[in-house]
Design a protein around this ligand. Sequence first.
Ligand code: GCW
Length: 705
Amino acid sequence: MDRTIGTMMNNTYKQMRIIINIFIFLLLPFILHAEDGHNLWLRARETAPVEVICSKKSPTLRIAEQELVQGWQGKPNEKIELIVKNDKSLKNDGFRLTTNTIQANTDRGILYGVFELLRRQQTGQPIYEQVCNPSYERRILNHWDNLDGTIERGYAGRSIFWRKGADAFVVTETDKQLWQEYARANASIGINGTVLNNVNASPSILTADYLKRTKAIADVLRPYGITTYLSINFASPQVIGEVKTADPLNPDVVNWWEKKVKEIYDLIPDFGGFLVKANSEGQPGPQDFGRSHAQGANMLADALSPFGGIVMWRAFVYNPSDEDRAKQAYSEFMPLDGQFRDNVVIQVKNGPIDFQPREPFSPLFGAMKKTAVMPELQITQEYLGQSVHLVFLATMWEEFLKSDTYRSGKGSTVAYCTDGSIFPQKHTAIAGVANIGSDVNWCGHPFAQANWYAFGRLAWNNSLSSGQIADEWVKQTFGGESDNAEDSKPILFADWQVNFLQPVKQMMLNSREAAVNYMMPLGLHHIFAANHHYGPGPWWAPEGVRKDWTPPYYHQADTNGIGFDRTATGSNAASQYHEPLRSLFSDPKTCPDIYLLWFHHLSWNYIMKSGRTLWNEMCYRYDKGVQQVREFQKTWDEVKPYVDEERFVHVQSKLREQAINAQVWKDACLLYFQQFSKLPIPYDIERPVNELGDMVRKDRDRKNQ
Ligand code: GCW
């Protein structure tokens, strides 16, 4: 649903404004300066003077005013009025934009309106009277940052919040500066909350020193509208308290949490609440005491409720049992629907397994009708080439959010099932696992910044298209200024648009499908080497390792064929979906190719919709993925005149590594699976250039280092 409504301006005037805005954008000079990427999509620009009028004062409004003054690219000396006033058509932090006013119910809303106005100026989008409401009440980053400063699945340096050593609890001016820059970047895209520590939570986070540091961080983030949350360890009362148990029904435990929550709110009066990973991958939880997830979550929810806090309780649970891992979260949580307090939100990963390059949506979306459910996306590219591969994730998230669950009839998309459009839930939220670290450009790969940006934009408006997001991001990140050292002739916008914006955008939009092709086409999943989740390892299955942590569990390749049978003849995970999906997924003839081997075990000679055999189709897809990356390299080399040297070289070298890796993925998977198919790789595609034995050996040696 597009949440922007209302136009009241007269059409001719509106058109004039559009033309003026686009014209201003076209006139911007392009001067290429070396850039290290630290300024993200908020790079300094040529600006014009503007007069800002605001009758109310607050730290947030002061920031809003400053941003306008520092970033104004509209008509010089224009007057802009910021108005905080109650308006029923505005939801949460929504705002009403006109050419000369920004109106909102909250100071945060004003700040978001300012950033929207500036974004439109920078990207040449029209400004006219409009109401913009956020899709989700809470738009939250999850940092998997450990208290020693390392980051689980982090690929861009160390934590910006935590460090070990003598100065672990010293808050320096440099810390504050970085936290402020982080807060500003988030505010500019509408993110309004952050969980500062890993879901694999150390109980120490709730000790006095860490809470004091949390307060210092929260104080810096607050004026930017960012609410602070913490991940907690369910066994905390036992580990850091004097309590003998962590049983959620034990009065001492309840008392301990109530006191702890009060202590936190004394320090941070607007604290957001807790994120909890319980009884999952070895973490403690209520089941250790024979209690359910609902009993555990509700105990914490009751402690937080007097202060307005919430519990985000993760549904990422699976045991080393015989039940298909893809089914377990649903089996465990569905019977609890209706048992959770209204300040509990169940946080569900987009897919039923684990952030794979492609998964169907988790069947819990839309199924839990009496419980608030929030999507968890992964911005950090754990399974998508980490900080080496250029993979723009907005297309994946768009595919997910627009997936129809059919739970309340046709059109019950995941987006509508979670944003309050279909089910009345007290709180709506969405989370993204951050890809941010201490690297100067925050995210490692210059294009990984686009995924942070895309998460924020989609959390604000879950109906935005990935094309629009890519367009905005490229314009703000690479457009505007250029000073090509070799040739200082100004670059015309029209020229830049055709020769830079369009090809780079297209590369971004194709990049996720390319990664799926060279890693795991046709519904294959989780065939990574060992625990690093980077390169291929379809062979990896050492003795003693949990079966559901090894690739053969997922690909099930044998001489008869390949794929995981999740139909009624197999695990029947397909039955967890609502009709018509259940039937559609269960029949290989109607199952979309993209999910074919997710739901079916099929013979190597199975005839695909393309008319090719399954084996041949797989070969073509792997090969296509490699070719796509080779195309990205050409695209990037060709846009050289339009990018500063520093970022050009950085991306060029990452793409070279990605191309080498894509080739390894193709060779490893095809040569490994060929041992079962015993069929030739079609003769019209490029031959493998790596030996299977070498790849297996390298993988093993690297692990043993
Ligand atoms: O995919 C797995 C990751 C773990 C992560 C876990 C989770 C934080 O490999 O590193 O732990 O998911 O989401 O809890």
